[in-house]
Design a binder for this molecule. Structure first.
Ligand SMILES: CC(C)CCC[C@@H](C)[C@H]1CC[C@H]2[C@@H]3CC=C4C[C@@H](O[C@@H]5O[C@H](CO)[C@@H](O)[C@H](O)[C@H]5O)CC[C@]4(C)[C@H]3CC[C@]12C
Length: 882
């Protein structure tokens, strides 16, 4: 029998019965709601196309003025880049000359935290791979598919690859599923794909689940994903349904053809539960791994497999095998090793009979086991976190598969218990629910690694520090391991600290022990130095890689040896940055406030004092307020600041306030007095030098742009508010000034920019024109916008906050097709910068602010509209509903 024609009418048909009103769903022609699909989330029709073509920010987008301004950097960078990439044949930690091209295809990644990730696109493709730690491979592997086979009365009536692609390999398969009859719905860490099988009266819902569970430090580390196929039979007769899961041995990279790979079938029965599938052993010299595709066998569900087929051929043998009886047949035993140049793939098939008008479930899993990892330098072997539960022998894939298939229901219960109170809150807008959970993808898909503390690390590197006061350093790192995530998939530096400052809310609220562990790692590096000299690219000066008693910019490059060699960033000598040390102090107190972990506070206290001592030297005129150095010496690393500044000055005062508070908690009266004196002086200087009656000036330099309105000018207040240190004796910034500044930002940076639809531009001139004095002042930084929104919510400007944040969500997820790769920055037109970036995780600070308000104010049932006047009038909520 030939493959049944799947379509009753041409796929190209115009949208007719589209019930959905949202723009991403308008091409949907189906009617099926699917089974168990969440109500909130990011939903789109598989036939959708994103229209707006955006480009990565490149040399061609730099104005003549900026070319002149950065000519030295440009030349130095090019020389450095040439040596790194062309002579040393390594990759650059930021490759400005070869940006990753934008692909508007991504969906929820698979996998827990720190074991590697495999991202599926919203059309179902397996397309973004991070198995080698911190290193991304972008490419759709055509053989990685789900295929459905329907049989009635012993005859195959329909067999279709569930993909809208029409590739030029595996042409013996029936491709080109009509995208108008399917939709994708993401609510991280779960996603649903609903397929109405045209003409078949059968609906498939595939639910994809990854073990990403707040406050769970075991299952959340597992490198697995589960696919639960819900099959609904609308016919009046029984249907035999098979779902085949096929997968290539590898990730579509050139190593797939390096030879020596092989596959073998497996079954594992434990506690009365049986799982069967195929292991695909990928035998590379560095970081070898095993993929496992599997299904759960249970009464009424049969599992068959094909241990090897050629994914570069026509694929007829697989197709015909399935078509014949809805099962796969395979010769017994292991496959042979692949030759150099040869590819191999395998498939597993789960089958059941779905009664007329009935429903059945098939459960499949993907697991990958790369227990021991080397970073680029290959100096040290690291064991991933999950090895403490599943061993490091490289033979854990069957057990991981079995565990995933027998525990996913428990994971889902926990995920629902966490998400439902937010999802069911009718006051919250639906876009926010999608943004809050979906932005969390970066916790796993930020090149994330979670490893055990290496045994050789304890004695020498760390015990010295423990003796220096951090009594809980070793216990914490031993118990919770080491966690690191990239600044961005394109900005390959781990735990970039000025950016983590924003993102850290997600970590401390959901996996506080990982935030604590990360902070201990930073504390260790504060004490250490790296005396090697190097040239910094921005200004061309030569200086030491790392000084003692300062917070590093980052914990290192996965292409090198993170933790061992920190500060991969060589644009600036960040020992002179003004924000890093302060951001450490602010996070220490915020973490203590939220976790009440007093051991942590005690251990961090000497480190806080050390970095504040370093910072004090930046108060050059001894007025209690630090000054910036006339270069871009903070997170806005291409936006020069000179003299006192709203951003760093504000962070400084907040950090000084927190020093007072910590000293009080720890009973250190001398230090408390010291910082109280500084705070009193500094507050006065801040107001005198920067307050202009409406908002805080960008800086006190008196330059043409020094009265620009910076969207991030209230960053210090953001942290103070998050820690309840914004009133009474702890009021650092006058309330009225903060509210006036936030209203001004809303009026100018939000509502006067792109019609109020794209979030807040970083810098706005008082005239209402974006500040073009630097390459970053006329950008929108998504993570800064979410932080700003949180600050607005903290200060009672709830509608303004939601309106501000909504612009970013709609721009990124709905307009630009940048789902699951939210960039650091975009401009009003044409360009974006740095895809899949850490900072937007700051959206969790909005949630913290909302929870705080909810615990303080009487309950209200009014929904948040997010639309208010440019003047920022409070609207019907009066700012008090949450
Ligand atoms: C002579 C040429 C034709 C002109 C060349 C101009 C370019 C050299 C510059 C124009 C834009 C500059 C880049 C802007 C942003 C950058 C990001 C930065 O890294 C991280 O950025 C975060 C801010 O987004 C920051 O918070 C993190 O701490 C940083 O790790 C690195 C510099 C740069 C890439 C910057 C480099 C020079 C331009 C390309």
């Amino acid at each position: 029998m030939a493959a049944a024609a799947p379509l009753e009418r041409p796929c190209e048909g115009t949208a007719v019965a589209a019930p959905a009103s949202a723009p991403l769903e308008r091409l949907y022609e189906g009617t099926a709601p699917g089974r168990g699909v969440a109500a909130a989330g990011w939903r789109l029709c598989l036939a959708h196309r994103f229209e707006e073509p955006r480009q990565p920010y490149g040399a061609g987008d730099v104005s003549f003025r900026d070319v002149l301004r950065h000519i030295g950097l440009g030349l130095r960078y090019f020389r450095w880049w040439y040596k790194k990439t062309r002579i040393e044949k390594k990759s650059a930690f930021i490759d400005l000359l070869c940006a990753v091209p934008l692909q508007q295809i991504y969906g929820c990644p698979l996998g827990g935290i720190g074991g590697g990730t495999i991202t599926r696109g919203w059309r179902g493709e397996f397309c973004r791979w991070q198995l080698n730690p911190g290193i991304y491979h972008y490419g759709t592997v055509i053989a990685d598919q789900f295929t459905v086979c329907l049989r009635c009365k012993g005859q195959t009536v329909y067999q279709q690859v569930l993909s809208i692609e029409k590739p030029n390999t595996l042409q013996g398969w029936n491709w080109g599923y009509c995208g108008h009859y399917a939709f994708y719905h993401a609510l991280y860490p779960r996603a649903w794909m609903v397929y109405e099988l045209p003409g078949q009266n059968v609906v498939l819902t595939c639910r994809q689940v990854s073990p990403v569970i707040p406050h769970d430090y075991k299952d959340s580390s597992l490198p697995v994903g589960v696919f639960i196929w819900e099959v609904e039979n609308g016919r009046d007769e029984d249907v035999d349904v098979s779902i085949m899961f096929s997968m290539q041995n590898g990730m579509g990279a050139k190593q797939d053809k390096s030879g020596g790979h092989w596959n073998e079938p497996f079954t594992l029965e434990k506690d009365g539960e049986r799982v069967a599938g195929v292991l695909l052993h990928h035998c590379t010299r560095v970081n070898p791994f095993t993929l496992a595709i599997s299904a759960r066998e249970k009464a009424g569900t049969g599992v068959t497999h094909l241990k090897a087929f050629n994914p570069a051929g026509l694929g007829r043998e697989v197709w015909q095998d399935l078509l014949h009886d809805g099962r796969l047949e395979s010769p017994p035993g292991k496959s042979k090793l692949t030759e150099k140049g040869e590819l191999t793939a395998a498939a597993v098939c789960a089958s059941c009979t779905v009664p007329a008008r009935g429903h059945r479930t098939l459960e499949m899993a993907l697991a990958w086991d790369m227990p021991c990892i080397h970073f680029g330098s290959r100096e040290k072997l690291h064991l991933r976190r999950y090895t403490r539960f599943f061993g490091s022998g490289g033979d854990a894939a069957p057990a991981l598969s079995h565990y995933a298939l027998t525990h996913y229901k428990e994971w889902e219960r926990k995920i629902e218990a966490w998400q439902n109170p937010i999802l069911e809150n009718s006051q919250l807008p639906s876009w926010y629910k999608s943004a809050l959970f979906n932005e969390l993808y970066f916790v796993t898909d930020g090149g994330t690694i979670w490893v055990e503390l290496p045994p050789d690390c304890c004695d020498e590197d760390l015990r010295g520090q423990a003796a220096a006061g951090m009594s809980h350093l070793l216990p914490v790192l031993r118990e919770y391991g080491r966690f690191a995530y990239l600044e961005g998939q394109e900005y390959r530096m781990y735990n970039t600290y000025d950016v983590h400052f924003y993102a850290s809310f997600a970590l401390v609220m959901l996996w506080p022990k990982l935030q604590i562990s990360l902070q201990y790692d930073i504390a260790v590096t504060v004490m250490n130095e790296d005396v090697q000299l190097r040239q910094y690219l921005m200004c061309g000066q030569t200086a030491q890689v790392k000084l003692k008693n300062v917070v590093p910019h980052d914990i290192g490059d996965p292409g090198d040896e993170p933790w061992q060699r920190v500060n991969a960033y060589l644009m600036h000598d960040t020992a002179d940055w003004k924000d890093l040390n302060l951001k450490f102090v602010l996070q220490v107190y915020r973490d203590y406030y939220l976790t009440q972990d007093s051991m942590y506070l005690q251990d961090m206290w000497p480190v806080c004092q050390a970095v504040m001592e370093s910072e004090l030297k930046f108060d050059t005129d001894n007025d209690g307020l630090i000054e910036n150095g006339g270069f871009a010496d903070q997170t806005y690393d291409a936006w020069v600041v000179n003299g006192a500044s709203a951003y760093c000055g504000g962070l400084w005062l907040a950090a000084v306030c927190m020093m007072c508070k910590m000293a009080e908690v720890l009973g250190d009266a001398k230090i408390q007095q010291k910082y109280m004196d500084i705070l009193n002086k500094g507050k006065e200087a801040f107001e005198r030098k920067l307050w202009n009656g409406k908002y805080y000036n960008y800086d006190s330099s008196g330059s043409d742009a020094s009265n620009s309105i910076m969207s991030d000018q209230c960053a210090g207040q953001w942290f103070l508010g998050a820690c309840g240190l914004d009133q009474g004796e702890f009021e650092v910034f006058p309330k009225s000034h903060i509210v006036s500044a936030l209203r001004t930002i809303f009026e100018k940076n939000v509502m006067s920019f792109a019609g109020g639809t794209m979030g807040a531009v970083n810098g706005m001139r008082p005239s209402g024109q974006p500040d073009t004095s630097s390459v970053q002042s006329n950008e929108v930084w998504v993570g800064v916008v979410y932080a700003l929104a949180a600050t607005m919510i903290q200060e009672g400007l709830v509608e303004e906050g939601f309106r501000t944040a909504e612009g970013c969500y709609r721009t990124v997820w709905e307009q630009l097709g940048m789902a699951f790769q939210t960039p650091e920055a975009y401009r009003e037109k044409k360009v974006y910068r740095s895809l899949a970036y850490m900072r937007p995780l700051s959206i969790w600070s909005m949630q913290l602010a909302l929870e705080r308000r909810a615990s303080q104010a009487p309950a209200s049932t009014e929904p948040i509209q997010g639309g208010c006047s440019p003047q920022g009038s409070p609207g019907f909520l009066g700012g008090d509903n949450l």
